[in-house]
Ligand binder design. Structure first.
Ligand SMILES: Cc1cc2nc3c(=O)[nH]c(=O)nc-3n(C[C@H](O)[C@H](O)[C@H](O)COP(=O)(O)OP(=O)(O)OC[C@H]3O[C@@H](n4cnc5c(N)ncnc54)[C@H](O)[C@@H]3O)c2cc1C
Ligand code: SF4
Length: 426
């Protein structure tokens, strides 16, 4: 038998997949993943558009009947979206590869080396710009005219394979978009094991160390042991496992709420472009063109042909106030959040007017969010260890749960840089 140390990595999203890839070799890694393999939604959307308003599209949670890897939770005022399955939420991402580590710098955590390595290792590119449609270019010009300083979004993407179908958030049909399934594959090739359908419930902790990981696998309650445990079940999954294991988190959940301002513009064809092709950074939020599939299917104001809707997104850095306890998620927009969102809405209204949609024809989308994190935030005291004192010595968290503040920006690249740094310390 090998005397190599063993590690269990829980989750295969941005944090978990990176940890598994980095640790395998130094440790013998077993990856526990609650969901199955990811399958993109491959059917044409048009026939489903005709079913809007029927019982099939009555409640956003029903989307998992069509796309089982997408999990929806509802809070009092928003729809929370996450991915369950190999690749985690990165399989549903629009591929934005944005570095956003100011909050870590403030704590004295330097991720320069990790970002540099990621830019070399991963297919990150702005080349999709060469394939922009006239609609995208027109939108970009409007942003420029308004002084919004749009920047072409770096994407995890092989632009040569991108057909501009706009389906990035329901699974890329051509494989042009990169996600962390590629890292899981690398870990497996190096000898790691992956158990799909393995839902971790809790950790058994004795004398300051995790002695076993417990949960459900193939209908049976199991118990696994390893020298090192890495918890990366995402901003909504990790705090629940910690709490069940007797480790409390902080009520500092952020989610980066998203709201779209949309309107009718027959024939604009925004549904046939890369999602979020460019981004405008504003104070506390970003603006970007985004065809919002959730609102298209579940919001009655959006019952127009998909190619005749123009839609702009505001993605907000929300206040770090909220929590997940078991199945209950307490998260609502604060007064400050509403004020920030309102500023973005006014700017989007002007963008739409300049594109030819008068204000009285404009409508909003459903408030939704997909960047949860922040419930075990790192502090300056942990800048060298990246390990919270409340955690047992052999347990590391390696996902968005560690983020000290909300970003209002795509987090995948930064989560992976952080995970890479944590792996280098182990
Ligand atoms: C529609 C959408 C588009 C997005 N687009 C972008 C984008 O373009 N760029 C960007 O940077 N970010 C984007 N994001 C956000 C980004 O995908 C997530 O913030 C990121 O993937 C979070 O990484 P994570 O490792 O914290 O968690 P996740 O990626 O969510 O991974 C968590 C993993 O843990 C598993 N898991 C959960 N509970 C358990 C359990 N009990 N036992 C075992 N396994 C468990 C899950 O199945 C999953 O594999 C988007 C999000 C959404 C919803
Ligand atoms: S636009 Fe279509 S082909 Fe291009 S990355 Fe997105 S899903 Fe893939």
């Amino acid at each position: 038998m090998s005397d190599k140390k063993t590690a269990i990595v829980i989750g295969t999203g941005a944090g978990g997949a990176m940890m598994a890839r980095e640790l395998q070799g130094r440790y013998q890694v077993t990856i526990l993943e609650a969901g199955g393999s990811f399958h993109p939604f491959s059917m044409p959307l048009k026939p489903f558009a005709g079913l809007r308003g029927t019982n099939l599209f009555f409640d956003p949670r029903m989307i998992s009947m069509l796309l089982p890897n997408m999990k929806i939770d509802l809070t009092r005022d928003m729809v929370l979206v996450r991915g369950i399955g190999t690749g985690g939420t990165t399989t549903l991402a629009t591929g934005n590869a944005v570095r956003y580590d100011g909050a870590f710098k403030k704590l004295g955590i330097d991720l320069d080396e990790q970002f540099e390595a990621l830019y070399k290792e991963l297919p990150i590119s702005t080349e999709h710009e060469k394939k922009w449609t006239e609609t995208t270019r027109r939108m970009y010009r409007v942003f420029e005219e308004m002084g919004l300083n749009p920047v072409v979004t770096p994407k995890f993407m092989d632009p040569g394979r991108c057909v501009g179908c706009g389906r990035c958030a329901i699974g890329c049909p051509t494989g042009a978009k990169w996600d962390t399934r590629a890292l899981v594959d690398e870990a497996l090739q190096k000898g790691a094991h992956l158990l799909n359908g393995c839902k971790v419930k809790e950790l058994e902790i004795r004398d300051g160390a995790v002695t076993s990981v417990r949960g459900w696998y193939r209908g049976r309650y199991y118990r696994f042991r390893a020298d090192l445990i890495v918890l990366a079940a995402g901003g909504l999954g990790t705090p629940v496992i910690l709490e069940r294991s007797g480790i409390s988190c902080q009520e500092r959940l952020f989610v980066d709420p998203v709201l779209c301002v949309a309107g009718p513009l027959p024939g604009i064809g925004q549904d046939r472009q890369v999602l979020m092709p460019f981004i405008s950074q504003q104070d506390g939020y970003i603006l970007s063109p985004y065809m919002d599939c959730l609102s298209f299917f579940f919001d009655r104001r959006w019952r127009l042909p998909m190619d005749g809707i123009v839609s702009m997104m505001i993605k907000l850095a929300d206040e770090e106030k909220g929590a997940v306890h078991g199945r209950r998620i307490d998260k609502t927009m604060t007064i400050r959040d509403h004020a920030g969102m309102e500023r973005g809405v006014l700017q989007c209204r002007e963008i739409l007017e300049r594109l030819g949609v008068p204000e009285e024809k404009q409508f909003l989308g459903m408030l939704n969010a997909g960047h949860p994190g922040g419930m075990l935030p790192l502090t300056a005291a942990e800048k060298d260890t990246l390990h919270a004192p409340s955690l047992p010595e052999n347990l590391y968290v390696a996902d968005a749960t560690l983020f000290p503040e909300s970003m209002g920006n795509p987090p995948i690249l930064t989560i992976m840089a952080l995970a890479k740094k944590i792996a280098s310390l182990l």
